[in-house]
Design a protein around this ligand. Structure first.
Ligand code: PMP
Length: 295
């Protein structure tokens, strides 16, 4: 099945997709993006992703070149051409084309946009069964008052540097702290800990992306009798947590069973994480059935 791209409206194989070297996304990371996954070929929570894309674009002063219906139309076009079961869809909007000068007012043509369609790859069953290893790197999460992590921009160097440190220490993920030494998030995922059966995640004010998976858990947990809350999590609270897991669009709820080489709790995915993994799939299925009717 082919991987496809739509570049400023032109559909072509992904490996042939090009943007000019003078695109500001390439030059400066002057872009915003989203990743959407499908379930049974239907985009999951597309509207929320569109809203976050719009918010990110607004924060850096780009107006989106499409509305929700326009984006949905392009996604449908890509999915029809790609024809696989489940897709990873990446939407990138750059300020556009112009001279290699940081002055954003010099943009000559834009915004430019790309949609990418690839077959969805999720972690294998062993990752969910055994959990993954995380490390807390020296590098800190970007400060909210410098480059606010709430903006999902194309500049992920902070996250890449954190992941590089984690990988060098034999871990698969990094859990970044802010300047106050509080837990923020992982490199492309949000973080939850479990304490005495309560699910806790850092508040948005700590400097994190407002994850859509995270938000769904905070919204749905109470209805299923689970207690989920936003609380500040200093490093020692992370290290003494009963359970830790990450959440993201492509990984759902994934257990973290060691931090900096030390086991979290028993060192195995805990009962609260397992319960939430199961509840999350039920919530996702219910939402998906509704979205399938409307798609
Ligand atoms: N934080 C960061 C930095 C991310 O890149 C992502 C992935 N988009 C997340 C959190 C998780 O967000 P979501 O649940 O919306 O995929």
């Amino acid at each position: 099945m082919p991987d496809l791209a739509i570049v400023n409206g032109s559909l072509l194989p992904l490996e042939e997709a090009r943007v000019p070297a003078l695109d500001r996304g390439f030059l400066f990371g002057d872009s915003v993006y989203e990743v959407i996954r499908t379930r049974e070929g239907v985009p999951f929570l597309m509207e929320r992703h569109f809203e976050r894309l719009q918010a990110s674009a607004g924060r850096i002063g780009i107006s989106l070149p499409f509305d929700l219906q326009g984006m949905a139309g392009e996604i449908r076009r890509g999915l029809d051409g790609a024809g696989y079961g489940d897709a990873y869809i990446r939407i990138i909007v750059s300020r556009g084309y112009g001279p290699p000068n940081i002055d954003f007012r010099m943009v000559e043509e834009g915004p430019s946009w790309v949609l990418m369609f690839r077959e969805l790859h999720v972690p294998g069953p062993e990752a969910y069964r055994e959990g993954i290893a995380a490390a807390v790197p020296q590098v800190k999460r970007n400060d909210r008052e410098a480059l606010d992590p709430a903006i999902k921009s194309g500049n992920y160097l902070n996250n890449i540097l954190a992941l590089k440190e984690a990988v060098e220490r034999g871990a698969q993920e990094a859990i970044l702290l802010n300047r106050e030494g509080h837990v923020t998030e992982a490199t492309t995922a949000n973080i939850f800990i479990v304490e005495r059966g309560r699910y806790l995640t850092p508040p948005l004010g700590e400097g994190i992306l407002s994850g859509i998976t995270r938000a769904l858990i905070l919204e749905r947990a109470p209805g299923d009798g689970l207690e989920a809350a936003e609380e500040t999590i200093p490093l020692d609270r992370l290290l003494s947590a009963d359970e830790v897991f990450l959440t993201s669009t492509t990984r759902d709820v994934l257990p973290i069973t060691s931090v900096d080489g030390k086991p979290v709790g028993t060192g195995r995915p805990g009962p609260a994480t397992q319960k939430l993994m199961e509840r999350f799939q039920a919530w996702a299925e219910e939402i998906h059935q509704r979205e399938k009717q409307a798609w």
